[in-house]
Design a binder for this molecule. Structure first.
Ligand code: ADP
Ligand code: GLC
Length: 493
């Protein structure tokens, strides 16, 4: 199959979160299964700086757009798909984050920027001559690519798949944006992209794609409820026959403690010595004190409400007073950043807080920590708990979305049959988190049990093997309904 993935980020060109990891590793897994896979992302300044021997291989002219969009690419690494970067300087050639400016506010031309990305994808679908290539499948990821499907609604020879990585980001803009983008008036209905009198990019993907997927089976159910449906639960229920959850995999080459170039000591499930050496070295580097019989706790993530960081902030003073060392890496909400820094100042030697984005340190935390804390309020899939298990770092997670689907709780029964991989708490409170931490400390002191827990996680298969195939099967399965024109309750308009 010829498969085109369209997304706003892909590792290593540009990454703000797990989307980038998935848009790198899923296409690679599909390419390795001998499909012809291409990836289209914006040519942000940071992404272009990562290109080596880049070539502009096409110029896309779009009606109404001054100049043209260049398609940049570089020779793919062995077994990797070709990545195309849509280069249009006014939209993408700027410093900073892909979505927000220095003050943390969304760029004020985000609708225009990502609509442009969608139009380039549409040009690739419609014009075989452009790149001498035309996809059988267009697989779009998240709201930034939501307008691709409506624009190719009449192209019945291409399968349209839309993956929701996070329903809480929807790409909502005023009616005036809809008009200025020059969209057809017939799309302005509740069966189109109108939502509560505004324009919704994500609705475009959900309404007009043949298949909607999300990144774990539990999240696929959760988004059909009013709790986590973010106002789109009615529409998602309506499309339930064409909606399914396919669990993300992780890249086993990029995240492998036996070969990871970011960590000082390599190790594996059969030889764990390197792990304790990483712990000792990193605790020294991060100026952390801690008793030998106490686990080192780690957290990595975007500092946003979703990640339950407020819960961690509430629990931390108590946990630190109990003598549990922590290392925290993240950036995001300035208020949460401030709180973490305050806690670090109040507890020298007990917690190391690094505000910022640091790929290398994220690998080092996974290698050095004993326990990874991920108390998410909701979590479509989550990759860090899987990276953790691969690195023998036992996760503590809240019971939601992909966390519930990937971590087997350390109940006495699961421990006795050796299938436990972590700690799962169901009540979303600082108390419940603290109890889970205490439980992990108690189990850590039983070296044999702990080793079994680590090894069980390390030996679980989180590779893409299964899920990459699930997507390929889905592409070949006829969808049961095509939505536009049918009645459904979006709660909007
Ligand atoms: P999300 O996509 O919601 O942010 P995931 O768990 O799916 O959550 O993926 C997060 C990814 O981003 C992981 O690869 C994680 O290591 C990485 N990451 C998040 N914050 C940072 C940071 N401050 N520094 C380095 N890597 C980070
Ligand atoms: C989103 C979700 C996260 C998921 C990632 C990749 O950012 O928040 O749970 O793992 O996308 O699918």
């Amino acid at each position: 199959m010829r498969i085109l993935h369209v997304a706003s980020e892909a590792y290593p060109y540009i990454k703000t979160g797990g989307l980038a990891d998935v848009v790198a590793s899923l296409p690679r897994a599909q390419a390795q299964l001998r499909h012809d896979v291409r990836v289209l992302i914006p040519a942000y300044r940071a992404a272009v700086s990562r290109l080596r021997n880049a070539a502009a291989i096409a110029e896309v002219r779009l009606p109404g757009l001054p100049g043209f969009v260049r398609i940049l690419t570089m020779p793919p690494r062995d077994g990797s798909p070709t990545v195309w970067l849509a280069d249009y300087a006014p939209a993408f050639d700027r410093d900073g984050n892909p979505y927000v400016d220095d003050t943390g506010e969304p760029w004020d031309d985000n609708a225009e920027r990502f609509f442009l990305l969608c139009r380039v994808a549409v040009a690739i679908v419609h014009n075989e001559d452009l790149l001498d290539w035309r996809p059988d499948v267009v697989h779009c990821h998240d709201w930034q690519t939501g307008m691709v499907a409506p624009l190719i609604a009449d192209s019945h020879d291409v399968v349209k798949v839309f993956t929701v990585h996070n329903l809480s980001y929807q790409g909502i803009f005023p009616r005036s944006t809809f008009t200025s983008l020059g969209l057809k008036e017939e799309l302005w209905t509740m069966d189109g992209v109108e939502y509560l009198d505004q324009m919704s990019f994500i609705k475009g993907g959900i309404v007009f794609s043949d298949w909607i997927t999300t990144v774990s089976p539990t999240y696929a159910r959760e988004i059909q409820t009013s709790d986590l449906g973010c106002g789109l639960d009615g529409l998602l229920q309506h499309r339930a026959d064409n909606l399914l959850g396919i669990l993300n995999g992780i890249d086993y080459d990029e995240w492998n403690p036996a070969t990871d170039s970011h960590i000082a000591f390599h190790y594996s499930a059969d030889n764990l010595d390197g792990k304790s050496r990483n712990k000792r070295a990193c605790m020294e580097r991060w100026s952390l004190k801690g008793r030998a019989d106490t686990p080192l706790f780690g957290f990595i993530g975007r500092l946003v409400e979703q990640k339950g960081i407020d819960l961690l902030v509430a629990a931390l003073p108590g946990l630190l007073s109990s003598g549990y060392p922590f290392v925290v890496l993240g950036s995001g909400d300035p208020a949460l950043e401030r709180k973490l820094k305050e806690i670090a100042r109040a507890h020298p030697g007990q917690i190391h807080v690094r505000i910022g984005y640091d790929e290398q340190m994220s690998h080092q935390i996974e290698a050095a920590a004993d326990v990874f804390v991920m108390p998410s309020r909701f979590e479509p899939c989550g990759l860090n708990q899987m990276y953790s298990m691969r690195y023998g770092t036992v996760p503590i997670v809240s019971q939601t979305g992909g966390l519930a689907d990937t971590v087997v709780p350390a109940t006495p029964k699961n421990l006795s049959v050796n299938i436990a991989t972590g700690f799962v708490f169901s009540e979303f409170t600082a108390d419940a988190l603290t109890k889970a931490v205490d439980q992990s400390v108690a189990l850590f002191r039983d070296a044999q049990q702990w080793r079994a827990l680590m090894q069980c996680g390390m030996n679980t298969d989180f590779s893409w093997t299964h899920s990459a195939r699930a997507y390929l099967e889905l592409y070949q399965t006829p969808s049961t309904s095509s939505i536009p024109g049918e009645k459904h309750n979006t709660g909007g308009g």
